[in-house]
Design a protein around this ligand. Structure first.
Ligand code: GUN
Length: 289
């Protein structure tokens, strides 16, 4: 039997409807309008699309959205000055500097300059540390979206064998940390695999939940998964025919899995949704509401 398709777009829409009324209430009762400022340096086409979509999603739920588009040759100290200004800007509750940054800018230096209580990406070392000890204010958006999809699709997480393919700071490491926490929606046994893993398929075949952020189309094929597995595909790859595809061979794997996320329409819409969630939370925390 073919797998159930986990519809991230539908879950995202439902959550965004909930945020719309939450934002309206914050405005009416507390006079607070959550605000997100996105900074884009350079002209990377994918980043331009992401930034546009983030702005549109904010508008949809009533979050104020501000954008700074800077030329690719912007000096590092100028970007630091902007971040500093946004740190002190009362209308900006969340700051997001779109990655990747141009090569001449030290990414870590910029991320470290963002006030941790406005760091809606959850990338600041303070927030990474808080996640590690189970006290996160802001979960990074893509991993948070993955956990939400697993919970809302009724996947058994507690006690499950989760295998993560990929060890990035944005997805692989944080999702592993989130799912092994002693908390509801977690309590899983987690393995992280990566490009130096010996015999990848031996690990992936053991997974009850397989989370793939490998950065390579068709990195996971049907022979590499167990019957009944739940597969979360984080990959976004542009094929020569311009079509989008994930890191999982969807057509093959869906015949073996019990549930699987599509690309597009799986994890992607959830990432933006969790950014909205973090921005509303930042506004509440900053105003102590
Ligand atoms: N580039 C790709 N994904 C992300 C993300 O989640 N946050 C930021 N800031 N940049 C990204």
């Amino acid at each position: 039997m073919a797998a159930k398709i986990i519809d991230g777009k539908a879950v995202a829409q439902q959550m965004q409807e909930e945020f719309k009324s939450e934002v309206r209430q914050l405005q009416e009762k507390e006079g607070i309008t959550p605000g997100l400022t996105v900074v884009l340096v350079g002209e990377d086409p994918a980043s331009q699309v992401y930034v546009k979509n983030k702005g549109l999603a904010c508008q949809k739920v009533g979050i104020q959205s501000f954008e700074h588009r800077l030329p690719a040759d912007t000096p590092e100290d100028e970007l630091l000055k902007l971040v500093d200004r946004l740190n002190g800007d009362d209308r900006t509750h969340g700051i997001l500097v779109q990655l990747p940054l141009p090569k001449h800018i030290n990414e870590a230096k910029i991320l470290n300059a963002i006030r941790p209580d406005k760091d809606v990406d959850g990338f600041h070392p303070v927030n990474v540390g808080k996640l590690m000890i189970g006290e996160a204010d802001f979960l990074p958006c893509t991993p948070a979206g993955i956990q939400e999809l697993l919970i809302r699709s009724g996947t058994q997480i507690e006690g499950a064998d989760v295998v993560v393919v990929g060890r990035s700071n944005i997805v692989g490491k944080p999702i592993a940390m989130i799912l092994c926490q002693k908390a509801s929606g977690a309590n899983a046994t987690v393995t992280i695999t990566h490009t130096r893993t010996r015999n990848m398929a031996e690990h992936t075949r053991r997974a009850d939940i397989l989370i793939v952020a490998a950065g390579r189309p068709k990195a996971i094929t049907a022979d590499m998964v167990k019957s009944g597995v739940t597969v979360i595909d984080v990959g976004v790859n542009r094929l020569p025919d311009k079509k989008l595809c994930g890191d999982v061979d969807f057509d093959g794997v869906k015949e073996v899995a019990s549930a699987i996320t599509p690309v597009p329409g799986g994890v992607g819409p959830m990432t933006i949704t969790m950014l909205l969630k973090n921005t509303i939370k930042a506004a509440r925390l900053l105003h102590k509401k």
